[in-house]
Design a protein around this ligand. Sequence first.
Ligand code: SF4
Length: 135
Amino acid sequence: MTLAITTRRRFVALLPLSGLAVLAACSKAPEPVVEAAPPPVPAPMPAPTPAPALPTVGADAPMVDEADATAASLGYVAVATRADAVRFPAYAAGRQCSNCALYQGAAGSVAGACPIFTGRRVAAEGWCSSWAKKA
Ligand code: SF4
């Protein structure tokens, strides 16, 4: 009789533990912690390619003819004061090729290259509607 009571008490005492064991066995294992991948490192930028060199225009290159189709469409004149300010209101006194950002003649030159008129020269005192202030 004593043995039966002891066994029953042990059974009752161990019963909650067996329930915990069953719960532990059935519960889902915790997800492994996944470290966030580091952000991708951007590929290095390729070295900038140098701008193509503008074709050189020699001192013997022909001058731009005002009658040339491109020249006429831009209102180019060899002497800026003859600019058609009505047709080209961008003209203002004092604006001329020699103080245009596109003019490639040396300081004090009478003519120089302009990328608009490839292979030809424009007069330092000339002007066209593409004039841009030299920085
Ligand atoms: Fe002259 Fe400038 Fe016109 Fe060229 S862009 S023709 S340099 S005003």
